[in-house]
Design a protein around this ligand. Structure first.
Ligand SMILES: Cc1cc2nc3c(=O)[nH]c(=O)nc-3n(C[C@H](O)[C@H](O)[C@H](O)COP(=O)(O)O)c2cc1C
Length: 336
């Protein structure tokens, strides 16, 4: 089986990155639909004795898939059955978006990294949630929903997009990730500045408290942090978030950079040092008050150990999964 997967990955790598990613998701889903019974047993076996309860959520294991691979909410069951304990879908925006012009993903193979400038291409939260409803039933893990703002929404009105998505996703999500850290939507990271951030988080907290009461359900909110932020500001961001009932932090998103004539978000090994630095900063300030998910260049046993020592409760992968395929999940599960 591993041989087949290795050859398939080699063939898929001959295609442009986005086409290759789409084809892998479809093939994996077909495979899942055909061999559902066997794969399901496999999942239970892989995740045996690895479950952990955090914030009253039962994670089958600590290894998750980062946002942005399942941008449509169509592949949770098939991806989940490869062994992930949790999957973050989206990022969804209120209205559908095509994203930036192609080409918008480049492989930096020799550095085990990617650079992307996708720009929140997604079907919009309504369709995203419909897809998710159909495609999560056979997944026993945790489903996070990442939300963002539409490209054409001004920063002054950004809170309306987040509140809209929050209302839509609150019941369906096990947790909601607030994404204001993507480098690929113009000006989005400005939302971390004090003049926007405090009122944005205040508005979100107000709405979330209302939803919790009205729907009689608590859905934790996690803030995804940029690795390019300075330490002083991060301290204020964390304190303000915790005051406003944010339950945890995803550390970190991609780092803004330039490579092969593309400006965009760098992920994978080239992100590792920045992501670790940010985890250290967050850990110092957060001091275990909020849950921490580490994301950025994770692929080895040492990565897991180092991030755990720096306060990470859970891990997310993306780029190492793109390059190494399902085997990386087995390896990380073995070490975690
Ligand atoms: C092609 C691509 C698309 C991504 N899209 C999103 C997204 O829509 N929302 C988000 O929060 N993060 C997105 N990310 C960031 C990943 O979720 C992850 O945080 C980041 O890539 C670092 O992890 P890695 O080094 O394991 O890839 C994307 C990353 C890549 C490579």
């Amino acid at each position: 089986m591993n041989l087949i997967i290795n050859y398939s990955l080699k063939i898929l790598r001959l295609l442009p990155p986005e086409a290759s990613s789409d084809l892998s998701l479809i093939t994996n889903k077909l495979f899942f639909l055909i061999f559902n019974y066997f794969i399901k047993n496999n999942y239970l076996q892989k995740t045996k004795n690895k479950n952990i309860s955090l914030l009253n959520l039962n994670f089958p294991n600590r290894i998750g898939l980062g946002a942005g691979l399942d941008k449509k909410g169509k592949y949770v069951e098939s991806l989940g059955n490869l062994g992930f304990g949790f999957i973050e879908v989206g990022t969804f925006t209120p209205l559908p978006q095509k994203g930036n012009e192609h080409p918008r993903i480049k492989r930096l193979k020799s550095k085990n990294s990617l650079i992307n400038r996708l720009g929140f291409n997604n079907p919009g939260i309504d369709i995203g949630l419909k897809n998710l409803e159909k495609n999560r039933k056979k997944f026993n893990g945790i489903v996070g929903i990442s939300i963002g703002k539409n490209k054409n929404t001004s920063l002054e009105s950004a809170h309306l997009d987040y509140v809209y998505c929050l209302q839509k996703a609150y019941l369906a999500a096990d947790y909601i990730a607030l994404n204001i850290s993507s480098p690929n939507t113009d000006g989005l990271r400005e939302l971390f500045r004090e003049n926007y951030f405090d009122s944005l988080i205040g508005n979100i907290n107000y709405e979330a408290s209302k939803l919790q009461k009205d729907l009689n359900k608590f859905t934790p909110l996690f803030l995804k942090i940029s690795p390019d932020e300075n330490e002083e500001r991060i301290e204020e961001i964390i304190e303000c978030s915790l005051r406003n009932n944010i339950s945890g932090f995803i550390v970190s998103n991609t780092s803004l950079g330039q490579f092969k004539n593309i400006e965009g978000g760098i992920s994978g090994e080239l992100l590792k040092a920045k992501s670790i630095r940010m985890l250290q900063i967050v850990n110092k300030i957060n001091a275990r008050r909020g849950l921490v998910i580490s994301s950025g260049g994770i692929s080895t046993k040492e990565d897991l150990e180092q991030r755990r020592a720096l306060g990470a409760d859970l891990f997310q992968i993306y780029t190492s999964f793109v390059y190494e395929g399902p085997k990386i999940i087995d390896d990380l599960l073995h070490w975690s």
